[in-house]
Design a protein around this ligand. Structure first.
Ligand code: SAM
Length: 234
């Protein structure tokens, strides 16, 4: 369970109403039950339920059971698509070890308003499911032009360019962390965006193989390619 609270031996951790409902209402846990908690900084801790109520409760931290594991410094920047598949991208990016997730509004992005809090909740749920100790920040959506205008060196961009379909896929070492994967929308990148990226020093165009992938598949494929070449799968 993800908690927004410091963790340490003897530390008591108040539960939110939703967490109390989940632990005591849904999971039928009671006082003395063992719970694993993490907060994204202090690793995973074994805790016991010290207070249990309908709408509140408290956990008492015992000992650290897993050290904090930070993923490599790689962001996933992607153009939002239909809601359910955007949720999928956020969940998979969390499992694949993205450090930050940035929704990018490009010319052909065809999606409703991006609800940052909802997507952040999906990232938390994905981290809890996969037993991770880190939760990536999902930022507010940013416009493509502003993203590049405010780009900060030395971070590079792994520009997944569908126009390079069929070119052999390799990740140049210049894309070592800190870096960011960039995935376009269903309609792909516009010519203006491609020209801007081709002339943008931190950006390096990469192919994701001989077939055009759906944006959600491309996000996972790009992170897997990077993790296996330069990330924490090596
Ligand atoms: N409408 C575009 C077309 O038909 O060419 C396809 C866009 S694709 C559905 C969405 C995004 O996934 C692309 O903008 C790109 O970032 C990425 N992508 C998909 N297949 C790729 C490939 N073979 N190589 C590089 N990037 C790819």
């Amino acid at each position: 369970m993800y908690v927004e609270h410091a963790l340490g031996t003897g530390q008591s951790v108040p539960l939110s109403q939703a967490q109390a409902h989940y632990l005591f209402g849904v999971m039928r846990q009671a006082i003395g039950a063992q719970v694993s908690v993490f907060n994204g900084q202090d690793g995973e801790w074994a805790a016991t339920v010290s207070e249990a109520g309908k709408r509140k409760g408290t956990l008492l931290c015992q000992e650290q059971t897993k050290p904090q594991q930070m993923p490599p410094d790689i962001w996933l920047m992607f153009a939002p698509i239909k809601k359910a598949r955007t949720d999928f991208i956020v969940e998979k990016a969390t499992e694949m070890g993205a450090r930050r997730i940035v929704p990018v509004m490009t010319e052909f992005t065809n999606a409703g308003r991006v609800q940052q809090a909802r997507l952040q909740a999906h990232a938390i749920e994905a981290a809890e499911q996969c037993g991770g100790t880190f939760v990536p920040e999902v930022t507010e959506a940013v416009k493509f032009r502003r993203l590049l205008d405010s780009w900060e060196a030395p971070r590079s961009i792994m520009f997944c360019d569908e126009a390079r379909v069929g070119v052999s896929s390799s990740v140049p070492t210049v894309l070592a962390a800190p870096t960011a994967v960039l995935i376009g929308p269903e309609g792909g990148f516009s010519d203006t965006e491609r020209k801007r990226l081709e002339g943008f020093a931190p950006a390096h165009a990469v192919s994701l193989g001989p077939r055009i992938l759906r944006a959600d598949t491309a996000a996972v494929a790009a992170l897997a390619l990077w993790q296996a070449s330069l990330g924490d799968w090596t």
